[in-house]
Write a protein that binds this ligand. Structure first.
Ligand SMILES: [Mg+2]
Length: 180
């Protein structure tokens, strides 16, 4: 095996703890009906940059999505690292469960969310936009996960730095998956 290939395999091994199970362009473009048919019953969502731009209230699109998810038969819970005031007001027109100040990637609140919904690792899906918090935490908790593209490209500096690191990890993920 060539040295460069060995090196690349090593990096993939190092990074694959952050690799999402799946990717989607948007939380609004996921086949939720299909997931329900597969037996999934609980959906855990990040909020900021997954469903709306960072700090934005729930818009019509978000409200309509959760109305549809409830009609399909899903139980939903938001898991956000943001504070209670922000998460509660986002949830006001939606009315599902939520956990604020969740300290993702700590697995504690992923488990708490499943307990609340009465679902298990086998029947729950997590959807979020960040690798090192959302996806890493879901993987540690043993929950199937979907990485979505962040809604708003303009972000705070600490998130911009994380995005740079995410790009490096995703480069190896796409390589491993044969996407590029
Ligand atoms: Mg987010």
């Amino acid at each position: 095996m060539e040295a460069s290939l060995c090196k690349s395999k090593g990096v993939i091994k190092l990074f694959n703890r952050f690799f999402p199970d799946e990717c989607a362009d948007s939380a609004y473009k996921i086949d939720y009906e299909g997931l329900y048919t597969q037996g999934y019953r609980g959906l855990l969502f990040d909020i900021d940059n997954t469903l709306v731009p960072h700090g934005a209230p729930a818009d019509q699109k978000a409200v309509a999505l959760f109305k549809r998810l409830k009609e399909i038969g899903f139980r939903c819970c938001f898991i956000s690292n943001n504070q209670k005031e922000r998460v509660a007001s986002f949830n006001q027109p939606i009315q599902v469960s939520f956990i604020e100040n969740a300290h993702k990637p700590s697995v504690k609140n992923y488990r708490k969310a499943m307990e609340r919904l009465g679902t298990s690792q086998d029947t729950t899906i997590f959807i979020g936009d960040q690798l090192f918090t959302d996806i890493y935490g879901a993987k540690k908790a043993g929950i199937r996960n979907i990485l979505v593209k962040p809604i708003h490209p303009k972000e705070e500096i600490q998130i911009v730095l994380k995005r740079y690191l995410e790009k490096i990890v995703l480069h190896f993920y796409y390589k491993e998956e044969g996407i590029s």
